[in-house]
Design a protein around this ligand. Structure first.
Ligand SMILES: Nc1ncnc2c1ncn2[C@@H]1O[C@H](COP(=O)(O)OP(=O)(O)OP(=O)(O)O)[C@@H](O)[C@H]1O
Ligand SMILES: [Mg+2]
Length: 284
């Protein structure tokens, strides 16, 4: 109804069922500190959106809002038209949102396979709950979970590391394991916080391929945060640029890269011409 009436009226608001994530005028404050200031961001079905900005500009905070870890002081975030206000992170996950983290933290003793399996530990993920009713079916559920993990590990190119403790895995493999953990339950919106930070350049290409694979032929959408603007631009069809909690540019990747404020604020003039070197949103 929204869609039909909005379009019929020729009104400005064309956000409809194809908008998966709709961040509406979100402000987040902690005491006197405003970490997000009236931020708007929309992510359409099947789209990869890049989120760029220098340290402390609010990128992780925005992902925290979209995944229910932070509640806005003002404004709201909607997933498929449903407000996430007052939902817990688990409640937001149930709406189909997966999230990778900037630092994978304290679970280094787990093998890469066990870590990926954590993503299945939700009652909505693969219907594990009924299977847990008896020990026999619990074993069956565990076998099924191992197979799902193995399939993902193969597709992501890390199958040799499934049995290896994370602390002994190359950094790129740890990051891939975290992406798989976030996506394995089948979210429609995947939020990736610096998937290549600290990763060697060869592994970056692998991570880029994995991200492309995750949207190919599906309605899944991804928001990717990274300091490597070239990496983000090569994946994203549109971008949002933050500085000190405010959106300084948003729109098609080529437009944002050419934006004077973006270049001046954090790309730096050395990177001018980036827009000519890359093919934004080229998912081939
Ligand atoms: N829970 C919190 N309490 C207080 N301040 C916070 C909180 N979360 C974030 N901030 C502050 O908000 C600002 C933005 O932080 P955020 O982590 O979102 O930035 P970022 O763009 O992800 O930075 P980086 O590139 O370093 O990861 C920082 O000044 C940070 O200290
Ligand atoms: Mg961050």
């Amino acid at each position: 109804m929204d869609d039909a009436m909005g379009n019929a009226a020729g009104g400005g608001d064309v956000r409809g069922p194809t908008t998966l994530l709709d961040v509406r005028d979100v402000t987040v404050r902690f005491g006197d500190l405003t970490v997000l200031d009236n931020v708007r961001m929309e992510v359409g079905l099947g789209e990869i959106v890049g989120l760029i900005g220098s340290n402390g500009s609010g990128k992780s905070s925005l992902l925290n809002v979209a995944s229910g870890y932070y509640q806005p002081s003002e404004g709201e975030a909607l997933i498929s038209g449903m407000s996430t206000s007052h939902l817990s992170p688990e409640g937001v996950a149930r709406l189909g949102v997966g999230r990778s983290f900037q630092n994978i933290g304290s679970l280094q003793e787990l093998t890469a396979g066990e870590y990926m399996m954590l993503g299945l530990e939700t009652d909505w993920a693969v219907g594990l709950a009924p299977a847990l009713l008896s020990l026999r079916s619990s074993r069956r559920a565990e076998r099924a979970a191992r197979e799902i993990v193995r399939g993902w590990a193969e597709r992501a190119g890390v199958v040799d590391y499934v049995g290896v403790p994370l602390k002994h895995c190359p950094y790129g493999v740890r990051k891939i394991a975290d992406i798989v953990r976030a996506v394995i339950a089948g979210p429609t919106l995947l939020l990736l916080d610096e998937p290549t930070s600290g990763v060697a350049s060869g592994d970056r290409a692998m991570i880029a391929d994995l991200i492309r694979m995750l949207v190919e032929g599906s309605d899944r959408s991804i928001v990717v945060v990274d300091h490597d603007v070239e990496f983000v631009s090569s994946l994203a069809t549109s971008m949002v640029a933050l500085a000190a909690g405010r959106v300084i540019a948003r729109g098609a990747t080529t437009e944002v890269l050419a934006d004077r404020a973006v270049v001046d604020t954090f790309i730096g003039h050395a990177s001018e011409g980036l827009v000519d070197r890359i093919a934004p949103g080229d998912h081939s």
